[in-house]
Every structure is written in C-alpha cells, then in structure tokens.
Design a protein around this ligand. Sequence first.
Ligand code: NAD
Length: 552
Amino acid sequence: MEGSVTTTTVTFSLTPSARERFVSSIAIESSASSSTPAGRLPESRDPATGEVWHRYAVADADAVRSAVARARVAQPAWAALPPRVRAGAIDAFVQKLLSRREEAATIIARENGKPVGEALGVDLGVSLGLAEHFAKVAPRFLRPRWQRSTALMAWRKRVTLVREPHGVVGIISPWNYPMFLPLSSAIPALLCGNAVVNKPSEWTPGIAEFLRECLLESGVPTDIYQVVHGAGATGAALCDEADKIFFTGSEATGRKVALACARRLIPCALELGGSDPAIVLADADLQHAASGIAWGRFSNAGQTCVAAKRVFVEASVYEPFLAALTKAVGALRVGPGTDDTTDIGPMIRPEQRATIAAQHAEAMARGAHEVLRLPTPEGAGYFAPTILTDVPSDSRAMTEETFGPLLPVTSVRDVEEAIARANDTTQGLSASVWTGDVMRGVAVAQRLQAGSVVINDACSAAGIGDVPHGGFKASGLGKVHGEMGLQECVRTKVVMVDWFQGWRQPWWFGYSRAHRDNISAFLVVAHSSRLLERIRALPRVLRLVFAPARKV
Ligand code: NAD
C-alpha cells in the first residue's frame, strides 16, 4: 500500500489468536517512515529501532464520509438506549482494558517509545479511572431535572434541561498519550449517546485499533465507534463531516481545525500545546521539587502537554535546587521503552526531534549553558535529556513549546518576577508552584494565567476523571473531564411548561392605558429595592396576573 491512498478503513483486529502475533511484531518492514502528498502513512513503528511492525489503510475523504454516514444511521438507536445500558458497556470496557493492560502497555511502548511501566501507570491508570468515573456519573447527568425559575415573570412555569447528543462526534488525537487522550472525549461522548469516529495520530494507529476492539467486545456497536486512519487530510475530512470535533494536538493544527469548524458553524473543543512554567519558591522542599519537576519534564521523553517547560527558581535557593535537579535527572537511564530499567525512552517523531535540537542549538549559540546532558544509546530515536541555564528569555527554547527532553532553568529575584516570567507566554495550559506554604501556593496560582495550577506536584490535574482539564489563551477552548467535559458532549435543550393552561400571559396583546400601568407596577414589584413602593404596586400586579383570560 506504500504510496497509495485507499478508500477503506482498516479491518485489522486483535482477536485472541492474533494478539500474540501483534505484540511480538508481525511484520518488520522498513526503518524509514513513508509518506504521500496526503501526509505520512499510518504505521506502527518502534521509535527505538525504526522498525515498522504494522501498516494501516488510509481513509480518504470518501471513506471518512461513509464512516460518518454509517455512524449517523446507527446513532439514534444508541441514543435511545437507557443511559445505564450504555454505562454497562463502558463498565465492561473498563474490565476488558484492565484484563488486557499488559498487552495495551506493550503496544503503547512499541509505538510511542515510553517505558511499559509508565504506560501502565499513566496511560492505563488515567484511562481506567476516567472511564469508571464517567460510567458512574453520566446516567445522573443525563437525567432531566425539573427546576423552577427565580424570575417573577416565570412564576407559573417549570423548566427542564434535556441533554441531547450532538450526533456524530469526531475525535482527532495525538500520539503522546494515545490511549487516554482519545478516551477522555470518546467515553463521555458515547455515554451521552453520540456515535464516535476517531482519527488517531498516524504515529500511533495500533493502540487506536486495540481500543476499538476492546470497546466493540464490550458491547459498543460497530458503527457507533469507528476508527479512520491517516494524517492531516483524513483529520480535515472528518472536520467536514462530523457534528462536533474534539481535537487534541498542536496549536498550529488546532487553528486549522477551528477554522474548518467555523466554516461549518459546528462546535469544537481544542486541547492544544503549552509552555508551562514551574515556580520554585524559597520555602519549597527542594528535593521534592527536583524529583517532581524531573518526572514532569522528562517522563514520556518530555512529550507531555502539561510538562514543566520553563522553571523559575527564587534566587536564594537557585544553586541548591539546580544541584538537586541535576542529581535527580542525572540518575535516569535512557533506553527502549520495552526495557524495564528504562526511565526515558526515544522521541517518536523525527521532525519533533529536529525541532528540539534546533531550539537547543539556538539557546547554546546565544550563551546558554548545558548543566547536564545524559548519555543515550545508539539509535536515531533518542534526544539526550538536557538541562540548560542562562537561556535568553526571547530564545526559541523559552518562547516556543519545547516538546521533548529539554529543560531551561532560570533564577528569578522573587515571586513577583517568577509570576511575571511565568505569564510571559502566549499559551496557558497549566503550571506548578512548589512551596512549603500551601496557601501561599494557592495565592500564586490565582495570579497565573493557566487552565490548571498544581501545588507541589507535576502534571496530575490533567489526568483525573472528575477534574476539568483545558487551557487558557492559545492553549485551547473548552474542557475535558469532569461535568464540564460531559457538557461538551451534549447540546442542552430547554423545555419550559406553563402549568396554567388557558391563562393568557400578562404581556400578551390587549394593550391599554390600564395594561401599561399594570406592567409598570410589575417592574416595580420585580425589581425595586424599596419595600413600600413594592407593596403599593402589588394590587396592580395581582390584577395583571390574575385577570380572567381575555381573548385577543
Ligand atoms: P499535531 O497537531 O501534529 O497532530 C494532532 C492530530 O491532528 C493528528 O492526529 C494529526 O494527524 C491531525 N491533523 C494534522 N493536520 C490536521 C488538519 N489539517 N486537520 C485535522 N487534523 C489534522 O500534534 P501532535 O504532534 O500529534 O501532538 C503534539 C501536540 O499536542 C503538542 O503541542 C502538545 O502540547 C499537544 N497536546 C495537548 C494536550 C492537551 O491536553 N492540551 C494533550 C496532548 C498533546
């Protein structure tokens, strides 16, 4: 299929008999990734060796259109099921994923490069937690609730909010957390009665197929959860067909997706990149801060959206913190993700590695100092984890997202300078504050322009099912997780009923001088702060409200 663009979606299946074959590498084809004018071909490729171990058919625009059409036909029946039946399928999915966790983590390690243990702890841990959470809360969220309005003009009405699915939801996802990122929208979307078409990253198609198989085996109908493979062209085709798009990826692509959705006036939620700051205050536990920042920055080979990408340290503790950080990172081992002694794996995308190398080179050329550069194994996939100091504030490593194992550390005068430098970015995904005084940390958090701020921990707010996640500024629009994440999966319909059938509304036609005075009195009763004035106006209002129906 090299160089060709077919119109079929992939039919690769991980049946039990095929599973062993899949995990133990069925087809090592070439070390070079291949691409067509429509973009890179979707393939499972081990970034530690460059070996391609599976290839997938590309879904072109026609294939995407027919996938969405099939989903559209199937969706009403799925939406008509009682919510607890859909929740039952997601509960079954949780148990299936749990029972196949080692297989899943191995696929992730072999496509993405991260250590298997890290894939288990983070990718599987977050996925299981959020699926379990949403299956529990979605049925209650979807239950219509009658409520009264506090508006005086609506005194005889009751309102219910009906949460309807959008229809067919398109999910375009990246490769860095290729399991929980698509699931964080797919699970609530399915629970809310939507059909889902996922366009996974062309770099991690295998784990997307694995998830599809697990969902289908758990009772989700075939046309309700589909996967279409391909690069940007396939994602763009999905934006032309779906009723709502959930996009996770770079800011540059996010802008294209937003424009495509704007052209069709369909809603989209965008989870984009971040240049997240970590602020280390003088009263912090420096060992704790060093280990936390080391993990946050260098796990997943530095390819985490909410990783600390710029560290600002109060001058009085800069040297001891830097020493602790250098020691913590210096003890890490770089190697293939399938080796249990590995802490940091290879980077997945050659072009991303080139970007990090260019950001590093520019900083060095402009006077930065390399405090640490870890040795790496032979192989094209590795970028040596590096700590830099004296990085100019207008250099690429400080102004662009650094999506790899490179960390600039900067000494700042005080907390005021730390906050100003932290906010000096166009993005605002998340941040962390490290301090011995938690309430001081909370006060700093309130001044940071970020969608989430974690005190004395790294990255954790982004991976909890009932905690909303989403960025400020150029880091995105909308939220995933929590009730806000469920809200993104529905459109809310207001149904308002009037219990007093046959009673005309006071503001309907039948205008006269008396009617005008009565309406005027109504405004006084509803809004005046003077009690006496309201009491005086009351008789007119009662006349207005309880006047026998007059047919006009
Ligand atoms: P990317 O933007 O290159 O690709 C993301 C997805 O978009 C892929 O599936 C890709 O095929 C698809 N795509 C590419 N062009 C498209 C187009 N024109 N229309 C529709 N889809 C298109 O991003 P990436 O390199 O895969 O991921 C890394 C980026 O994702 C980083 O910037 C990272 O910070 C960000 N990210 C953000 C979050 C978050 O929660 N905010 C989470 C993870 C990653």
